[in-house]
Write a protein that binds this ligand. Structure first.
Ligand SMILES: Cc1cc2nc3c(=O)[nH]c(=O)nc-3n(C[C@H](O)[C@H](O)[C@H](O)COP(=O)(O)O)c2cc1C
Length: 329
C-alpha cells in the first residue's frame, strides 16, 4: 500500500504530527482563528507577520499578536524585517512568547514593506536572507524557517539561490509560495519550483499557492513530493478544510459536507473566543471579514451578512444567527 500523504514532519527539534499548515495571513490569523483552525485539524499555525522593529520598540499593538491560543500546542511566530539590527534586537522578545518556530517572511509584496527592505525585497538579496536567518537562530534551539516566493519577477526566478542561502545559514525548513513578487496574489501559482526544492533541499519543504480544496492539497503533495501543504485563502472562513483534507488523504474519499449550522456555530465560537482578549466592540469588528467568508455560499445569506457586519455585541450576533437558522428550518 502506498504510504499516506498525511504524515508527520520534523522541523529541527519540532515534531509535527501531520503536514497540514495554516499560513500566516495578515489581518486574519489572529489568536481566535488559529485556535479554531487547530480544533479542525491544523498541525501548525502561524501568526500574522510581525515587525521586528515594532517588537523591540515594545509596540503595544504588536505584542498581543504573539500570544498563543490555549489549543495551540505548536505555533509559529512569523516576523519581517529588512535589517540585521532589528532582527538582533527582537530575538529575545520573540523567544519570550515561546514559539515552536520562528519564520522569516521573504514574500510580502506590499510596497511599504518592500521599501524597508523586508518581505519580498529580500528575494533580491539572498545573502541578507542568510544573515537574518543566522541572527534569528543564534543562542537558542528554536527552529528558524523561511517563507519565500519564486523570485522578484519572471526575469529573476532565484528561489533556488534564496532557499539554499537560507538552509546553509541554518534554516530548518522552507516554504515556497509559487508566485513572484510581481504576481502578487493573481495569476496561477507555479508548483514546479516546489517540486524542484523538495528534491533538492535536505530540509522539509512546504508548498503554498492555490490551495482551495482538499483535492488541491492532495494534488500538490502527489505532484511535487513536498513535505506538507500550507492553506492560506482557502482556510479563511473555512477551517474545516484541515479535517476534510486529512479525511481525503487518509481514506481516499471526500468527507460529508459541513452543515450550515456547524459553519455558523464555528464562526460564533471564533467570535466568542476573541472576547477572552478583546472588548465586545473590537471583537465584533474583527470578526466581520471572517463572517463574510464563513457565510459565503450559504443560500439567502446576504441579508444575514449585512446584519452581522453591523452587529456590535455577542447578544446581537447570537440572535441573528439563531433567527437565521430557525427561519431556515
Ligand atoms: C490577506 C492575505 C494576507 C497574507 N499575509 C501573509 C503574511 O502575513 N505572511 C506571509 O508570509 N504570507 C502572507 N500571505 C500569503 C499567504 O500566506 C499565501 O502564501 C498566499 O496567499 C498563497 O496561497 P493561496 O493562493 O493558497 O492563498 C497573505 C495572503 C493574503 C491573501
Amino acid at each position: 500500500m502506498a504510504p499516506s500523504l498525511y504524515r508527520p514532519v520534523r522541523i529541527g527539534k519540532l515534531n509535527l504530527p501531520g503536514n497540514l499548515l495554516l499560513a500566516p495571513l495578515a489581518g486574519f490569523t489572529d489568536r481566535a482563528f488559529r485556535g479554531i483552525a487547530v480544533e479542525w485539524g491544523a498541525d501548525l499555525t502561524y501568526t500574522e507577520m510581525i515587525s521586528c522593529e515594532a517588537l523591540y520598540r515594545d509596540n503595544a499593538k504588536t505584542l498581543p499578536m504573539m500570544e498563543r491560543d490555549p489549543r495551540e500546542e505548536r505555533f509559529a511566530i512569523q516576523v519581517f524585517t529588512g535589517t540585521e539590527e532589528a532582527a538582533e534586537k527582537s530575538v529575545e522578545r520573540i523567544l519570550s512568547y515561546n514559539p515552536s518556530l520562528i519564520d522569516l517572511n521573504c514574500g510580502c509584496p506590499v510596497p511599504k514593506i518592500i521599501k524597508s527592505g523586508a518581505g519580498s525585497a529580500l528575494m533580491k538579496t539572498p545573502d541578507k536572507i542568510a544573515s537574518l536567518v543566522k541572527i534569528l537562530g543564534e543562542g537558542h534551539d528554536v527552529p528558524v524557517t523561511v517563507k519565500i516566493r519564486t523570485g522578484w519577477d519572471y526575469n529573476s526566478l532565484n528561489y533556488r539561490e534564496a532557499a539554499e542561502a537560507a538552509v546553509n545559514a541554518g534554516a530548518a525548513a522552507v516554504t515556497i509560495h509559487g508566485r513572484t513578487r510581481s504576481q502578487g496574489y493573481g495569476g496561477k501559482a507555479d508548483w514546479a519550483p516546489l517540486k524542484e526544492l523538495s528534491e533538492l533541499l535536505p530540509v522539509p519543504v512546504f508548498g503554498s499557492g492555490d490551495l482551495f480544496t482538499p483535492d488541491d492539497a492532495r494534488r500538490m503533495l502527489e505532484e511535487t513530493g513536498c513535505a506538507g501543504v500550507m492553506f492560506a485563502r482557502g482556510a479563511i472562513g473555512n477551517p474545516f478544510i484541515f479535517k476534510q483534507t486529512r479525511h481525503l488523504l487518509e481514506r481516499a474519499e471526500e468527507m460529508e459536507p459541513i452543515e450550515m449550522k456547524e459553519k455558523l456555530n464555528t464562526a460564533l465560537a471564533q467570535y466568542t473566543r476573541s472576547l477572552s482578549y478583546l472588548d465586545e466592540l473590537r471583537a465584533s469588528k474583527e470578526i466581520r471579514k471572517h463572517l463574510c467568508a464563513y457565510t459565503k455560499g450559504i443560500p439567502n445569506s446576504s441579508a444575514l451578512r449585512n446584519d452581522l457586519v453591523h452587529a456590535e455585541s455577542r447578544e446581537e450576533m447570537e440572535r441573528l444567527i439563531s433567527d437565521f437558522l430557525s427561519n431556515f428550518q
